[in-house]
Design a protein around this ligand. Structure first.
Ligand code: AVJ
Ligand code: FE
Length: 440
């Protein structure tokens, strides 16, 4: 179950910080130095910005806020404040050079590990259960995912390699499952490192619905394309249609057709689009249009979470689809262990009590929901994490992907992005209403 023993939490915080830094180091040493300062896409920061920003956030929260230390280099704070400079401007800022950025981040880390050792995990909201340490490990892993997106966007030969997920036999289970109607507990008040937007736990009444057992695959999505999906306005919302027309879209990002075959660019190589993998790099508008074409709809965020966490036998919300135990490589494709989602129907050990697969890991799943606060939300520890994004055009994504570490992924975790975004590791599954009398 949820770890609450302070010694175990301290070991977990240490391990999470070290794991994150290993990944950060790999992502920022696997390319030549000029590639760290280059702008690979106007959508992304130079990798060296992420590196120093990771160190700066750690300094702000662990050294200054938790330990009361003075700023190490107050003059750089503004450079690494995500709200002061949009990503497209960051390459022209007087950023720390790669060597300096690396040295700064590692100096901060050295001091942060001393603070971790000497800070009681009790007594203040910021340090209770080691929250600030968990938050900073999650922050670094979120930027490791952002840097992985930059790696996918950069041109040139592969810089990263990883073994592929195990091949899976074609999934033979039912295409959808019925989630019976009724109340369930959404969000959490007990998960020690849950971020502010996942809190508090509260009851939601969810009418019965059907949800896809697995994410929508590339083969499924190719049928939508072949049926003229991108040419028929009726499948699209008005803004979705504007996006399609304005950018002349005809397939997911990174796809191109050659001699009737779909190819895609994937981390510096070109490959045939794998038919049984979950579709990747689609915007919310594309997910929404596909669902309408299929005679279905996207699940709402609360439907997604009920499918992922509610155990009908105990009438309780679990931490993950498989129960309360932490993720393992047998349960979910997380942590950049693989650089792609596993075939649809993989991970039987990770399925929910109702048999829904791959809710955690593989691809982030778009939901129909806007990013809004839960009843009783309180911004913590800073409004710029969640609060300032509520009420924008953001849509919620759930479940994490191969690209994110388990420390930043759980049944309650909420991600969000603009509905036009496609460079993220996004896919989806679909749902439909059930008859109100079904499964009651
Ligand atoms: C939660 C992934 C939308 O990357 O914009 C990183 C996470 N917040 N630094 C983002 C985040 C501050 C955030 N997302
Ligand atoms: Fe950040």
């Amino acid at each position: 179950g949820t770890v609450s023993d302070p010694d175990a939490l301290r070991r977990r915080a240490l391990a999470a910080l070290l794991t994150a830094r290993d990944r950060t180091s790999l992502l920022t040493t696997c390319v030549e130095e000029p590639e760290l300062t280059a702008q690979h896409s106007p959508l992304m920061s130079p990798l060296v910005w992420d590196l120093a920003h990771i160190g700066n956030q750690e300094e702000l929260w662990l050294l200054r806020a938790v330990a009361g230390r003075d700023a190490m280099r107050p003059e750089i704070d503004g450079l690494y404040d995500a709200f002061e400079h949009p990503r497209s401007e960051r390459p022209s800022l007087p950023l720390l050079a790669p060597v300096e950025a690396r040295r700064y981040a590692s100096e901060v880390r050295g001091r942060a590990l001393d603070v971790l050792e000497s800070t009681p995990f009790r007594g203040s909201p910021l340090t209770e259960s080691g929250f600030a340490f968990g938050m900073i490990a999650q922050h670094e892993q979120q930027h490791d995912e952002t840097m992985l997106i930059t790696h996918q966007l950069r041109s040139g030969a592969t810089a990263l390699t990883a073994p592929d997920p195990a091949p899976a036999p074609p999934f033979k289970g039912p295409a959808e499952v019925l989630v019976p109607g009724g109340p369930f507990t959404m969000g959490t008040s007990t998960e020690p490192w849950a971020l502010d937007n996942e809190r508090p736990a509260h009851h939601r009444l969810v009418p019965p619905f059907y949800i896809d057992t697995t994410p929508v695959t590339n083969a499924d999505y190719q049928r939508f394309i072949a049926d003229g999906g991108y040419r028929e306005q009726r499948w699209w919302t008005p803004s979705g249609w504007d996006m399609v027309r304005g950018n002349d879209l005809s397939a997911p990002l990174f796809w191109r057709q050659e001699g009737g075959r779909w190819l895609r660019r994937h981390f510096g190589t070109v490959e045939a689009v794998p038919p049984d993998e979950p579709v990747l790099h689609v915007s919310w508008y594309e997910a929404d249009a596909y669902a309408r074409w299929a005679g279905r709809r996207l699940p709402s965020e609360e439907e997604w979470e009920k499918a992922a966490r509610h155990d009908p036998a105990s009438d309780r919300s679990m931490r993950y689809p498989w129960g309360d135990a932490d993720p393992t490589p047998e349960r979910a494709n997380l942590g950049q262990r693989h650089l792609r989602p596993a075939p649809a129907g993989s991970y039987p050990a990770g399925e929910s009590p109702l048999g829904v697969r791959q809710l955690i890991g593989d691809v982030w799943e778009w939901t129909s929901s806007d990013f809004l606060p839960y009843p009783g939300f309180a911004a913590f520890p800073y409004p710029e994490y969640s609060d300032v994004f509520f009420g924008g055009d953001y849509k919620v994504l759930r479940g994490g992907a191969f690209s994110v570490d388990e420390v930043a992924c759980r049944g309650t975790f909420r991600n969000w992005d603009h509905p036009v975004r496609r460079q993220i590791f996004s896919g989806f599954r679909t749902a439909r209403d059930a008859d109100p009398t079904e499964g009651v």
